[in-house]
Design a protein around this ligand. Structure first.
Ligand SMILES: NC(=O)c1ccc[n+]([C@@H]2O[C@H](COP(=O)([O-])OP(=O)(O)OC[C@H]3O[C@@H](n4cnc5c(N)ncnc54)[C@H](O)[C@@H]3O)[C@@H](O)[C@H]2O)c1
Length: 340
């Protein structure tokens, strides 16, 4: 039985609590927030509430800390947890700077604790199928890939929490929303070499960008296009991930990228294609991604291995986000190997 604590009892904390509750060998034992009312929502079945993080870290019954705080606090809280000997599941993005990500990874390594970053979309059934087609080499040589995030985060969303939309605590549409899709692009396509990004704050009254388009060149020579916006009228429209190769075409899409829209492979018969599509249709959401990340942390601890979405993986996509931001700011292409 592994005992979990949640730090930051806001919106995403509920998914962590639900994930922990759904796992037989996991138990929520404590929560922490500076707001007592938010703590109160989680106090049941002997869960302890702390308003001071130091008190939670001193609690010997806590094995794993789930960090669900405004992004700008992730690094400091992760490092403190590692130094207290707690394993860490940190929400995405793991940090806003690569130097912070490095310090988080180092602190966890030095203290012999695991670090997982919450990129739950990797566990979607359609995305897992796409990844297994990539692993099987079913696309042949890949020409290009495309990711779109056409969502709506309206004024009410930004009014809910003052840290949202700020440079110091959040980052914009790339850092907060499209980072999920960028993680999937890297997972499917391999390392990126260079990016060119345009970004703008077109409609929302926020400090960071609400609209962004990027062109990516991957190390394998393939190209990628990323369109990301949180300005769609009147609500979320679609999210998609497409891969185009010499012997395969795949588009995963829908209002969220959970459904197979196009699935054509030289090595699959029509019946096999239909079977893949049907399997996803039967269970498009699968086991909730947060639950998968929590289960994977338990397995990683028991098996003495790294979590699937480790700190290194979280750093990997953070580097791509920062390269895109720098490209937009400097108005020129940016190579990833110069990002620190
Ligand atoms: N993986 C996903 O799909 C996903 C989805 C949404 C948000 N997130 C990430 O989760 C994180 C939190 O987002 P949210 O929308 O839940 O935020 P939120 O504003 O709803 O919740 C944050 C909570 O942290 C508390 N808090 C702030 N400072 C604190 C401190 N010093 N000590 C203790 N508690 C403190 C606040 O009182 C609040 O309850 C962000 O990094 C965000 O990017 C991830």
């Amino acid at each position: 039985m592994l005992r979990f604590a949640i730090v930051g009892c806001g919106h995403i904390a509920k998914k962590h609590a639900a994930g922990i509750e759904a796992i037989e060998h996991a138990k929520l034992v404590a929560v922490c927030d500076t707001d007592q009312q938010r703590i109160n929502h989680f106090l049941k079945d002997g869960v302890k509430g702390y308003t001071r993080y130091q008190d939670l870290l001193a609690d010997p019954t806590v094995d794993v800390v789930c960090i669900c705080l405004p992004t700008g606090l992730h690094a400091d809280f992760t490092i403190q947890a590692a130094e207290a000997g707690k394993h860490v599941i940190v929400e995405k993005p793991m940090a806003l700077r690569l130097s912070d990500a490095d310090e988080m990874i180092d602190a966890c390594k030095k203290n012999g604790v695991k670090l997982a970053v919450v990129h739950p979309n990797r566990f979607r059934p359609a995305i897992k199928k796409l990844r297994s087609r990539i692993e099987a080499g079913a696309f042949g040589k890949i020409g290009h890939a495309n990711a779109t995030v056409r969502w709506n985060r309206n004024d009410a969303y930004f009014a809910q929490a003052p840290w949202r939309g700020t440079k110091a605590m959040d980052g914009g549409v790339l850092m907060n929303q499209a980072i999920h899709n960028m993680d999937l692009l890297l997972w499917m396509m391999g390392d990126a070499e260079e990016v060119t990004t345009y970004a703008a704050t077109r409609i929302r009254k926020i400090e960071t960008e609400d609209t962004s388009v990027s062109v990516i060149r991957f190390k394998n020579g393939a190209l990628g296009v990323l369109e990301a916006a949180i300005t769609l009228y009147p609500r979320n429209l679609e999210e998609s991930l497409s891969i185009f190769g010499e012997t395969g075409t795949a588009i995963i899409g829908g209002s969220t990228a959970n459904w197979i829209k196009t699935w054509k492979f030289a090595d699959l018969s029509d019946a096999e294609v239909e079977q893949d599509i049907q399997e996803v249709e039967n269970d498009p959401f699968g086991i909730p991604g947060h639950q998968c990340i929590i289960q994977d942390m338990i397995d990683a601890i028991l098996e003495g291995r790294e979590p699937i979405v480790s700190g290194i993986e979280g750093r990997h996509v953070l580097q791509l986000v920062i390269a895109c931001q720098q490209s937009a700011e400097k108005q020129r292409p940016i190579r990833l190997d110069v990002i620190e």
